[in-house]
Design a protein around this ligand. Structure first.
Ligand code: FMN
Length: 377
């Protein structure tokens, strides 16, 4: 909810599709999702989104721009973010949006409430549905319960509190962000990864360096968990861990493993398959020294993957280590360090319309280098 006494003022914005377009283009779920994606894309960064309603020919948004961001620029970004893609979906060119837009400052809480009600009732008044909840292309900010840091924006309005099994089956999203063509892909998959990774960083994703690491025991049993990527180059992808934990032991027995990055907001996945080997002691030392002191001590305190009687035991161990190393450098434990996964195959996946996704697989053959081919989705 906005604070009406602060410097940032909530605003009600409406913008429309260009005249002369096919009737009601935004009732096409692909286009509505595209617009919704644009509204959510800049949320938190350039404004706080309170509510939105995507009507067949126009869009209503209630938002508070963050200081220094003007509504005119924000609307311009939404339009330029969507128009090319919308035209591509419609198979046309030319203007998608009307040039102008309408905006109004929200004076106080009652004005905010009536505007919210106006937005929500819009499809009902237009005879498109019986209740606002029936209209799929809308969203409202749910007031955050105290101490709940969870997400406050719920596309489609607040959900029922208990998730039914059908809800999971119904989770379905159209992928609309764009494609991955052979001609645009870098011939070197590490360079292609660098490009996508930089885009994931630029998109402000939550932990874009988080990746699922799958290992296989000597008995052929797979296991997977998330670790953080701490470096990559033409030699491979580096992460740090305890060599004596489950993944460490499995990698020592069987170095073949797989990594998966999932950057949902960008509708992208990258899969890496290869062999892991320990990085040099110097490289592990250098990274270990860069870690906060608490993390360095915890590396000593944890016998990773082994059972422990209670959290107290770990906290006591940590306190003991704090005393032991007071005023001294904390050395790297001999059982802790990095692995580098040297890739043999890297696949880039980009979500596309109608589940006809793009998949480009790079494979490395010795003496030949990398080759690339398209896989069926
Ligand atoms: C976002 C995230 C990042 C993590 N990063 C690491 C990491 O870099 N290294 C690590 O050993 N464990 C990391 N973990 C914990 C692992 O997922 C896992 O619980 C732990 O390494 C024990 O795995 P294991 O028993 O299979 O060896 C991370 C977990 C999450 C959710």
């Amino acid at each position: 909810m906005p604070h009406f006494d602060g410097g940032e003022i909530a605003q009600f914005v409406t913008f429309r599709v260009a005249d002369g377009l096919r009737r009601e283009p935004l009732s096409d779920p692909r286009l509505a999702k595209l617009v919704e994606g644009a509204l959510l894309h800049f949320d938190g960064e350039r404004y706080r989104l309170h509510a939105w309603m995507i009507m067949p020919n126009h869009v209503h948004v209630l938002l508070t721009p963050r200081l220094g961001n003007h509504v005119s620029d924000i609307v311009h970004s939404w339009k330029s973010f969507t128009s090319k893609r919308a035209n591509r979906i419609l198979g046309k060119s030319g203007k998608f949006w009307q040039e102008d837009y309408f905006d109004r400052y929200i004076r106080n809480q009652p004005h905010f409430d009536t505007t919210l009600e106006y937005i929500n009732q819009n499809p009902v008044k237009a005879g498109l549905c019986c209740t606002p909840q029936d209209w799929p292309f809308r969203g409202t900010a749910t007031p955050e319960p105290p101490n709940n840091p969870g997400p406050s924006i719920t596309p489609g309005g607040p959900r029922a509190s208990r998730l039914q099994s059908d809800d999971v089956a119904d989770l379905r999203k159209e992928y609309i962000r764009g494609g991955l063509k052979e001609d645009d892909a870098h011939p070197d998959p590490i360079e292609q990864f660098r490009k996508w990774f930089e885009e994931a960083l630029a998109a402000n994703l939550h932990e874009p360096n988080a990746m699922t690491l799958a290992t296989v025991s000597s008995g052929g049993r797979p296991s997977a968990r998330v670790v953080l990527l701490k470096g990559f180059d033409e030699r491979g992808f580096v992460f740090y861990t305890n060599h004596e934990g489950r993944k460490g032991r499995e990698l020592e027995e069987n170095p073949y493993c797989a990594l998966v990055f999932y950057w949902g907001e960008l509708e992208r996945q990258v899969r890496v398959e290869g062999r892991a080997s320990r990085v040099s002691a110097e490289e592990s030392d250098e990274y270990y020294r860069s870690r906060p002191r608490g993390s360095r001590l915890s590396a000593w305190a944890s016998e990773q993957s082994r059972p422990v009687a209670g959290r107290n035991t770990l906290e006591e161990r940590l306190r003991g280590l704090e005393d032991e190393y007071e005023g001294r450098e904390v050395p790297r434990p001999p059982f802790w360090g990095g692995y580098r996964v040297e890739p043999e195959a890297i696949e880039f996946w980009q979500g596309r319309e109608n589940r006809l996704h793009d998949r480009l697989l790079y494979r490395c053959s010795s003496g030949v280098g990398w080759s690339m081919e398209r896989l069926q989705p």
